[in-house]
Design a protein around this ligand. Structure first.
Ligand SMILES: Cc1ncc(COP(=O)(O)O)c(C=O)c1O
Length: 399
């Protein structure tokens, strides 16, 4: 049977990571990988997570199955993290939140619920978007349409083209938006963009589907949720997939949640039962460990404050690396302006250099960057910044 299977082309990012591991040069730098790294280049377990794990060792008395919707405390805490505890939507009965395996599992459950409700709905994604959005959501059954998002020549959102495209989206279609820290561009929607898109959603009747995988890594926990909170107030229907992979550093624990806002509480209950039947058909129940940790952290004043302080440190480190990189390249940048890096948010930005310059960075200087020129800002640290900016200046000066 299996002889009929065709090999799948290797993921270019995995290929780049393998080449990086095999590289013996001492000064090598990996800016391709998509996880946070601290100033010593490690991806550590957060101290608040370690403390919650110690507590859990004592508190956990069973490994019996938990419900299909996951841990109830976790779901409640995620709602207040996303919306803020005083938001009118919390307690309105119009919310349905389920724990799901990571941001990816959450996106998938969201997509499948939409397609049960409206099999002909199309999904509109910005260009570019996180490369996994299309296979993940397309294979759920969505046909994918695209809208312009980022202008490579100006390093800004192409507002006019984006709004033009979104003002053509038919009623009942779904528009995917990045809540904050856009991956791969780092160019986030402004408040004005969010407000304008909310108005278009109301006028046209499309439904925003917000993927928020980096809450707290951009401008802070509350500021990063502006779009989610404003749309939850203004729109009758909304879908939000969130991930604790980055802001709690729980990558491998597969911790996320999917939230639906319905017009009525009866509809929210219907959605919840449909989402649970979908989860049951795919993975039955989400993994417990990460969600129990998040519920413990967010439910305890001291642990929550510790976690917020650690997250703030992460956010500020990324911001300072953005400034340092911009300033050190721009000191001598062959006439190219890199100020977008300083202005953008989250872990990623496009460097925007030529492919032969990228190749030279890898071959001559052991600096690994994916072909789109997306760099992981968190891969930069006080030990490698000088070598990195010097190498970039060298390849830029050579033209
Ligand atoms: C934009 C975006 N959405 C979703 C995810 C998925 O996160 P998770 O690892 O929690 O599945 C990522 C991860 O990189 C991402 O960048």
């Amino acid at each position: 049977m299996f002889e009929s299977l065709k090999p799948i082309a290797k993921d270019p990012i995995l290929g780049l990571m393998a080449a990086f591991r095999a590289d013996k040069r001492e000064k090598k730098i990996d800016l391709g990988v998509g996880v946070y790294q601290d100033d010593s280049g490690r991806t550590p377990v957060m101290k608040s997570v370690k403390q919650a794990e110690a507590l859990l060792m004592d508190l956990e008395h069973t490994k019996s199955y938990q419900g299909i919707a996951g841990d109830n405390d976790y779901n409640q805490q995620m709602m207040s993290l996303l919306f803020g505890s005083n938001h009118s939507i919390v307690g309105s009965g119009r919310l349905a939140t389920l724990q799901a395996p990571g941001g990816s599992g959450s996106l998938r459950v969201g997509a499948e619920v939409v397609l049960r409700a409206r099999p002909e709905a199309k999904l509109w994604v910005g260009v570019p978007t996180w490369p996994n959005h299309i296979p993940l959501l397309g294979s759920a059954g969505f046909s994918i349409e695209q809208y312009p998002y980022y202008d490579l020549s100006t390093h800004k959102i192409n507002t006019e083209a984006m709004m033009d495209a979104l003002s053509q989206v038919p009623a009942g279609d779904v528009v995917l938006l990045h809540g904050c820290c856009h991956n791969p561009t780092g160019a986030d929607l402004t408040k004005q963009h969010w407000d304008q898109i909310a108005q278009l959603a109301l006028d046209r009747g499309f439904i925003p589907f917000i993927d928020i995988a980096y809450q707290g890594l951009g401008d802070g926990l509350d500021a990063d949720a502006y779009g989610v909170r404003m749309m939850a107030e203004k729109l009758p229907e909304l879908i939000v997939a969130s991930s604790c992979s980055k802001n709690f550093g729980l990558y491998r624990e597969r911790t996320g949640s999917i939230t639906f806002i319905a017009e009525t509480s009866e509809q929210a209950q219907l959605i919840s039962s449909q989402a649970m039947s979908i989860a049951r058909q795919i993975y039955s129940m989400p993994p417990a460990h990460g969600a129990l940790l998040v519920a413990l952290i967010l439910g305890d004043d001291q642990l929550r404050a510790d976690w917020q302080a650690e997250l703030e440190e992460v956010r500020l480190r990324i911001m300072s690396m953005r400034t340092l990189l911009t300033d050190s390249i721009n000191n001598n940048a062959a006439g190219i302006d890199f100020s977008h890096i300083k202005q953008q948010r989250g872990m990623f930005s496009f460097l925007g250099i030529e492919s032969q310059q990228l190749e030279r960075l890898r071959e001559e200087f052991a600096i690994y960057i994916v072909s789109s020129t997306r760099v992981n800002i968190a891969g930069i640290n006080s030990n490698n910044i000088e070598y990195l900016s010097q190498s970039i200046r060298t390849v830029l000066d050579a033209g």
